[in-house]
Structure formats: C-alpha cells, structure tokens
Design a protein around this ligand. Structure first.
Ligand SMILES: [Mg+2]
Length: 269
C-alpha cells in the first residue's frame, strides 16, 4: 500500500493495547527521520530530550533496540542510553545491552576494499564540495542532499565504476544518500530477526518496528504477519510493507509515551 493510504498508528492505538494484553512488546527503532527530524547535516540530527526520556523509561519495561544506518560509535553517542541494543550500519555492527559486540566475519574482511573505494571516490569527486562523505567502520555513505542535480550523473558514474572494480561491495540507495557496503545477504530485516533470537525475544512477544526509510522495508517485510510495523511519512509518498503510519518524529514520541504509560500501568508480572 501507499504510505498515504495507511491508517494512523495513534488512531489505531487500541489495537496495540489489545495485542499487548497477551503479548510483551519488543521495540525496534530507526534513528534518523524516525526519532529525530532529517537534518541538513548528519551530525545535526540530535535526539530530542523528551524522546530520550521516554526511551529510557521504555528500556526498563521491554527490550529496546536502535537499528540504524549510522555507525555504532556515532549511534551510541547520539542516543546516549544504557540498557538498549545498538545495531549500527544496518545491523552489521551490534552492541548488546550487556556490552557484547557482534559482527558478521565477512564484513570485517572487506574493510580494506571500503578503504580503497573511499580513497578513489574522494579523489574523483574532490571538486563537488556539496557532497558529504560519512565513513563508517564497514561502509561509506555519500550524502548528496545539497548537490546540484546536474552533478548527480557524475556521482552515479563514479559510484558505478567503483562497484565494477569491487564486486564484493554493493550500493544501497537511501534518502539522498548512496551507501557502499559489503555485498553480503544482510539488512535491517535479518538483523532484527537475529536480535530477536539472541536477546531471547520469543514467539509470544510482539515486535514493533518504527522506521522511515526504504532500508527499513526489509524489516517490515520480515515482520509481516508477526509484528507491528509503523512507517513515517517522508518527502515523497511510496509503496510500503508497513501497515500503520505516523507523520513525524513528534508523533513517534507521543506514540512511545502512550506505549510507556500502558506498560507502566500494568501490574508487575
Ligand atoms: Mg531513517
């Protein structure tokens, strides 16, 4: 369905209440565009204090995981909370609440290739000052939100030339960003399923995933029929596998506050 055709998650909150009468929630949250508004520069996407406060309360009530395209260190610094799971770089780089780290080994082996691509692209596109290169541990994001449309073809060609030279690396296309990352069969959807098994989130629980970007669709698809998927409205309408919608990060905070009050009102198990 198109995002614009979905019912509001706030208007359908009673359905969540009913579902949680018999199941415990497990929360999976994207960061940029979901918890914080999309910022002009990635480093400006600060977590609103009210959202941090409600996440802290929720972390004491149910499993909470941040699943983001950001690198792990940046994500931890921006969210600045204990007792939650951080899945950076679309789940390549995971830190569990007890401090344990987890990465697929094939991702670690590809770091030198990402290094080579970064050098080549920074060199080839040196004169395009509007580009923002965001180097992460296992991937490279090139943000082109401020790039003149006439230069987009050149960026695309440069990226494609690198992909041809490095077949073990693939490009993901997000919101005004190319993400060059290891071409392994891994995405947010697989990361969520893996987290559910590792964190002991059983079949009796209700996974709830909130996200705004096309990379979140992999999680919506994996959780279809099993969990509750909420998509954020973006600049453009598009098809989605989510079944509910929220309009912006303010509505996400309101939704999380209602969920939090609902869980706090429950008698202790
Ligand atoms: Mg996002």
């Amino acid at each position: 369905m198109l995002i614009s055709e979905l019912p509001s998650a706030l208007e359908r909150f009673d359905e969540l209440e009913t579902a949680l009468a018999s199941r415990a929630p497990a929360l999976f949250l994207d960061y940029d565009g979901t918890l914080t508004p999309i910022a002009a520069r990635p480093e400006q996407a600060v977590l609103p204090e009210g959202t941090r406060a409600v996440l802290e309360r929720l972390a004491g009530l149910c499993p909470v995981a941040l699943v983001s395209g950001r690198d792990l260190a940046t994500l931890r610094r921006l969210v600045a909370l204990e007792g939650v799971t951080f899945a950076g770089e679309h789940g390549f780089d995971i830190r569990h609440p007890d401090g344990r780290l987890e990465q697929p080994p094939e991702v670690v082996e590809l770091v030198p290739e990402i290094d080579a691509i970064e050098r080549a692209l920074r060199g080839a596109l040196d004169d395009l000052e509007a580009l923002i290169f965001e180097r992460k541990r296992f991937s490279l994001a090139i943000h082109y939100r401020h790039l003149a449309g006439s230069h987009l073809g050149r960026l695309r060609e440069a990226v494609e030339a690198q992909l041809a030279r490095h077949p073990q690396v693939k490009a993901m296309h997000g919101k005004k960003v190319f993400e060059l990352q290891p071409a392994i069969d891994w995405n947010k959807g697989r990361a969520v399923l893996s987290l559910m098994s590792v964190e002991g989130i059983g079949a009796e629980s209700l996974p709830i995933f909130l996200g705004d970007d096309v990379t979140d669709e992999t999680a919506f698809e994996r959780l279809r029929g099993r969990g509750l998927c909420v998509v954020l409205e973006g600049e453009e309408d598009r098809e989605t596998a989510a079944t509910l919608r929220l309009s912006d990060p303010d509505e996400v905070r309101v939704y999380l506050e209602r969920l939090c009050r609902l869980l706090e009102a429950r008698p202790a198990a």
